[in-house]
Design a binder for this molecule. Structure first.
Ligand code: TYM
Length: 334
């Protein structure tokens, strides 16, 4: 069976963007039944950008695990792991650090955005981030990776690394991974500015829906979301140059498992005054059970730790032989 891998950083503050662009898709692929699914909290990635307080990182990792489970990841169907508990990720990343080229890494837009003008002060880990990400995927020989639009470039680099490794060593060992960027919400935008991505790092809390928001907060943020004065169109072309309107319709479609066309066939012609309450109701119905369930799960972190320990054992049955074979190919005595 083809294998799916994806990961999310436990850097605190999951948003509706993470949920619709990633988690919900993870659940779909898990339940679809034609893949073996492996989902990961990437704690080693979370320390690349800025210093993380250790207690906070531990809390955020467990909270993300609770988020995965609350969103519908079933540890009996998917392998649910924390990256650092499966050491082969970091071990393969070292090999990939020696395959990937400085120039490739320097062209990554996320590196440029995050390092900003002061690349000298950025961590070496932030620069090497995409090689660890490639290792996350390829240590499972995963072929399908569900992600939001912003990860596309990293997945192209993953293919470049696999290709160069295979070529340099004259093997056909690592598969070429397909990004799975599908559905109506591959890029959820800020509720305050339709030209910016919804992000946990936006200073305005009103710009995003957090996975931990309660029903009141969700409804209020949607009521206050920026819109334009026109009615909703009945065709997709009518959303052109209307980024805020497009974003709210995309969110509605993704939450309701519909296409944008289907949503517009129903709501085309309505004003935001009547569409927003519909969206708020839908968002509360779909999202608030997740925050409630997350809070319940966080009451027993020992259970979360047991799930992650079990996931790591299952994962290592896959990763240990692939690392061993990689070392053999590279020429390590073992
Ligand atoms: P991260 O933690 O930034 O985001 C996790 C996932 O959420 C998606 N996402 C969004 N999708 C739609 N709209 C948004 N506004 C939005 N914001 C975030 C991201 O595209 C991502 O799918 N490098 C990765 C983590 C990672 C990974 C991997 C992913 C590490 N190793 C291996 C896949 C495979 C990251 O920082 O995601």
């Amino acid at each position: 069976t083809p294998r799916v891998f994806s990961g999310i950083q436990p850097s605190g503050g999951l948003t509706l963007g993470n949920y619709l662009g990633a988690m919900k898709r993870f659940v779909d692929m898990q339940d679809e039944g034609s893949f073996q699914t492996v989902y990961c909290m990437v704690d080693l990635h979370a320390i690349t950008a800025k210093f993380q307080d250790p207690a906070t990182l531990r809390h955020n990792t467990r909270e993300l695990a609770a988020g995965f489970i609350a969103a519908g990841i079933d540890p009996a169907k998917s392998i649910l792991i924390n990256q650092s508990q499966v050491p082969e990720h970091a071990q393969l990343a070292w090999i990939f650090n020696c395959v990937a080229r400085m120039g490739w890494m320097g062209r990554m837009t996320q590196w440029k955005d995050k390092a900003g003008k002061n690349a000298e002060a950025a961590s070496l880990g932030l620069f090497a981030y995409p090689a660890l990400m490639a290792a996350d995927i390829l240590i499972y020989h995963a072929t399908h990776v569900p992600v939001g639009e912003d990860q596309k470039q990293h997945l192209e680099l993953t293919r470049d690394i696999a290709t160069k490794f295979n070529h340099d060593y004259g093997v056909d060992f690592f598969p070429l991974t397909e990004p799975v960027i599908e559905g109506a919400a591959t890029r959820v935008m800020s509720l305050r500015d339709g030209s910016k991505k919804m992000s946990k790092s936006d200073p305005s809390d009103a710009s995003r829906i957090n996975l931990t928001d309660d029903a009141d907060a969700i409804a209020k943020k949607i009521r206050k979301a920026k819109t334009d004065p026109d009615a909703l169109p009945s065709e997709v072309e009518g959303l052109k140059d209307r980024p805020e309107a497009r974003n709210l319709v995309n969110i509605y479609a993704a939450l309701n498992d519909q296409t944008v066309e289907q949503v517009l066939a129903d709501v085309g012609g309505q004003q935001f005054g009547s569409f927003k309450p519909l969206l708020a109701e839908l968002a509360v119905a779909k999202m608030s059970p997740i925050s409630t369930r997350m809070a319940e799960l966080m009451a027993d972190t020992a259970e979360i730790d047991r799930i992650l320990a079990h996931g790591a054992t299952q994962a290592r049955e896959i990763t240990a032989p692939i690392l061993k074979k990689t070392y053999e190919i590279v020429g390590m005595v073992g």
